[in-house]
Each structure stands twice: as C-alpha cells, then as structure tokens.
Design a binder for this molecule. Structure first.
Ligand code: DGP
Length: 127
C-alpha cells in the first residue's frame, strides 16, 4: 500500500482534541487510546474510541499499529460499552473508512452506539 494513501492531516479535529486544542467529553484514556462522547450523538449512547497515534482510518491502523495499540483500542471499545451500561441490552461498534463509507474525520475512530434499539444493520439484505 502506497504511503501517500495514508497521508495524515494534523489539522483534523481529532488531532486537535488529542493536542488539547479542542475540548472533548472524555470517558476513558490510557497510554494509546482516548474515548469521548460524539458531539452529534446519533443514539442515546454514542462514544468515539480513537488511537492516540496518527492513523487515518482502519486501513492505516490495521496495517501499521503496534500490538499494544491494537489491544488497547479493542479493550477500550468493550470497556466503554460496559461502563456506559449497554452491554446487557446490546450495542454496535463500527468504523467508516473512506468515501463509500462517508468517513468525515480523517483520524481512525470507532463509533460505539447503544442505549436504544439500533435497527438492523445498514439496510435490508439485497434480494
Ligand atoms: P465519521 O463520519 O465516521 O467520520 O464520523 C465522524 C464523527 O465525529 C461524527 O459522528 C461527528 C463526530 N465529530 C465531529 N467533530 C467532532 C468534535 O469536534 N468533537 C466530537 N466529540 N465529535 C466530533
């Protein structure tokens, strides 16, 4: 994969949150990962989990992240869902990569949705 495909924009909003230039409603932080509430929640619980490293999306993160970074991110997803109280009734986590997925912020992030019925995934299956 060409390096240019993963060119990272240090001006993106999550980079600015990580540098402390913008506030966030933090729910968890460790050495590698930050979790905070989405500014435009789409469900009752809507938390974003991001690596602290400069990764554009899942494509970049899955190719370059270290084992400890990956472990931290995955464990954080489970932990914030548990602590938000959505584990028993169910939750969804997803990440948008690129144009077809309508990724808006070019810093890898995982959405954690819950607190209410979420409907079926994406749209009805193709005939
Ligand atoms: P995506 O479409 O997957 O790139 O989702 C980007 C999400 O980021 C969207 O749900 C709104 C959220 N978001 C955008 N700007 C900010 C911000 O400044 N603070 C917080 N907390 N969330 C933001």
């Amino acid at each position: 994969m060409a390096a240019a495909e993963h060119a990272y924009d240090d001006g993106n909003v999550f980079a600015r949150i990580l540098r402390g230039e913008l506030p966030c409603d933090k729910v968890f932080e460790d050495e590698h990962t930050l979790a905070f509430r989405d500014i435009q929640p789409q469900t009752q619980v809507h938390i974003l989990v991001i690596p602290k490293g400069r990764y554009v999306s899942m494509a970049d993160f899955s190719a370059r992240a270290t084992g400890p970074e990956i472990e931290s991110l995955v464990r954080t997803i489970g932990q914030v869902a548990r602590e938000a109280g959505v584990e028993a009734d169910g939750y969804r986590f997803l990440s948008n990569h690129g144009e077809h997925a309508f990724q808006e912020v070019p810093h890898f992030h995982v959405h954690v949705f819950g607190g209410e019925p979420l409907g079926r995934m994406i749209k009805p299956p193709r005939a």
